[in-house]
Design a protein. Sequence first.
Length: 149
Amino acid sequence: MLTRIDHIGIACRDLDTTVAFYRATYGFEVHHTEVNEEQGVREAMLRINGTDDGGASWIQLLEPIREDSPVAKWLAKHGEGVHHIAFGTADVDGAAQAVGARGVRVLYDEPRRGSMDSRITFLHPKDCHGVLTELVTAAQDAPGHGEHG
Ligand code: CMX
Ligand code: CO
């Protein structure tokens, strides 16, 4: 059902400084940046492996853009650090339904838009041994991607 680690989300206070650390220390380059208004973040995606065609794993660096956002709340309580892990799946709807049926709280009724036009939902950390867990279908992994007509 879940086929890989899609990304690890890291909460940071200053995106540019954190990106500079990852570049200087490991040589990772930013593949993509965006603002996700709904999630209340400015983010940078650093690709660890895989290609533009799929199978990639990422580090997702997250800077809050609003004080009432989940990442801002997390930073105020815990400081910078690992905020969530995201498992990749070809079928986020099915995976969320299956996990929900096992008694885990799924935070959204329908998956929402995540980085790079992925579809995402979250599982409550209190039901996952303290880990905020994201389920994600990357745009490239969605059924029908690349087909025409
Ligand atoms: N990891 C582990 N535990 C977490 C957590 C996290 N990231 N965030 C909150 N918690 C814990 C808190 O520590 C707290 O536990 P205690 O009561 O024992 O202290 C409990 O969950 C409630 O936390 P809270 O600070 O009161 O926060 P809320 O209940 O308001 O929100 C949550 C928690 C998970 C519902 C909210 O963070 C959420 O909706 N997250 C999903 C969306 C998101 O994180 N978006 C940003 C990333 C976007 C992306 O990946 O693209
Ligand atoms: Co994420």
